[in-house]
Design a protein around this ligand. Structure first.
Ligand code: AMP
Length: 361
């Protein structure tokens, strides 16, 4: 069985690594022949909207999936006409547009921050008046890792934010004074079986995920998050892994966004859960039984951003698992991560503190 993966970044690389024990083979599509996926499987080199390259990939594989959500919807339609393609194109389409995403959450009864679509400076002024300050202005599409957003704290921020972002459709969101951020990763198989991982607590800086701590034991929030995830999975007749990120404010979950793919906040599952998110994504799209999503201890995942740490010093820590994606260093680029797994939360926290001291910031 050959799986085609659109995108050959670290998520694709980790999907392929998870698939080898299941006797799966992989082909990637990516514009760069030096992407992390190249270390583990051949790459069809081409842009994501290059019809000839897409057809070539389709011709070489049995099933197609994707590892990042900025794949053009038209490209995925092209693929879906030739080969089974998961997660569904419609989930990709909705996840690419923050307004469509929030409208869907609203229809499914999933709370979101208050928001307004912004296409003109007048919309922005009216939105600020309606939502109040502070608020967050974001591009509707193609934003990731905090790119394309501005926090508006005072009236004088409105003009510069419009200057910086106003050339594309925007969304203005009320600023959520959250206590923490959590996410849930879950899988639905093409046969309709679903499994959820425990919710995890995420820390971001400059809009980029820095640390995930897993599991977050809170039975009430877990039930609520699973309910929200199931509604989205069922809405799309989904197959694959889906992630929803939430703010927790006043003990309530407020949805920020969803990703129709394996997710950075699920990397801890490679060593910290019985079955990793990567293996479960593959099982889900192939209609295989899903694997146990229980944690095997207490885990923390730390991203290596911009610079790699000294590998040997990381490996000297108990329960540390080092992942180097093989990417050239660049500011704000995710180059790798480390997951620590320990028998107790206190032991995990002690190793995490040591790990953070060994990672350049
Ligand atoms: P996003 O690109 O939407 O995932 O935003 C990146 C990060 O910015 C989030 O993880 C939050 O830490 C912060 N953020 C985004 N939207 C809001 C909001 N409406 N209120 C408060 N913080 C936000």
């Amino acid at each position: 069985m050959k799986i085609g993966i659109i995108g050959a970044g670290q998520l694709g690389q980790m999907l392929a690594l998870a698939g080898f024990p299941l006797a799966l083979q992989f082909r990637f599509l990516d514009s760069s022949p030096e992407s992390p996926g190249a270390q583990v499987a051949p790459i069809v080199v081409g842009a994501f909207d290059d019809i000839a390259a897409l057809r070539k990939l389709a011709g070489e594989v049995d099933v197609v999936t994707y590892e990042f959500e900025n794949v053009p919807v038209a490209a995925l339609h092209e693929m879906a006409a030739a080969r089974p393609c998961f997660p569904p194109v419609d989930a990709l389409r909705v996840s690419q547009d923050r307004i469509l995403e929030k409208e869907l959450f609203g229809r499914l009864g999933i709370p979101t921050p208050p928001y307004r679509a912004v296409d003109t400076l007048a919309d922005l002024e009216a939105g600020v008046a309606a939502l109040g300050l502070p608020c967050v202005l974001k591009t509707r599409r193609l934003g990731y890792d905090g790119r394309g957003q501005r926090v508006l704290k005072r009236r004088s921020d409105v003009g510069p934010a419009w200057e910086a972002l106003g050339s594309v459709p925007l969304i203005l969101e009320g600023f959520v004074k959250f206590d923490r951020e959590v996410s849930i990763v879950g899988a639905r198989s093409s046969r309709g079986e679903t499994r959820c991982y425990p919710i995890v607590t995420n820390t971001h800086r400059e809009g980029i995920l820095r640390v995930t701590v897993a599991p977050t034991r809170d039975a009430r929030l877990q039930r609520a998050a699973e309910g929200h995830l199931h509604r989205v999975l069922d809405h799309f007749g989904y197959a694959g892994v889906l992630t929803i990120e939430f703010f927790v404010a006043g003990g309530r979950l407020i949805a920020n966004e969803m990703a129709p793919r394996v997710h950075n906040s699920g990397h801890w599952t490679i060593e910290g859960a019985v079955t990793s998110q990567f293996e479960n994504h593959l099982r889900a799209i192939l209609g295989l039984p899903l694997g146990d999503t229980s944690p095997v201890g207490h885990a923390a995942m730390v991203n290596y951003i911009g610079t790699m740490p000294d590998r040997d010093r990381v490996l000297a820590l108990p329960g540390a698992h080092h992942h180097d994606y093989g990417k050239a260093p660049r500011a704000n680029r995710k180059l790798g991560h480390c997951t620590v797994v320990a028998p107790t939360a206190a032991q995990r926290d002690a190793v995490l503190r040591q790990l953070l001291r060994r990672i350049p910031r």
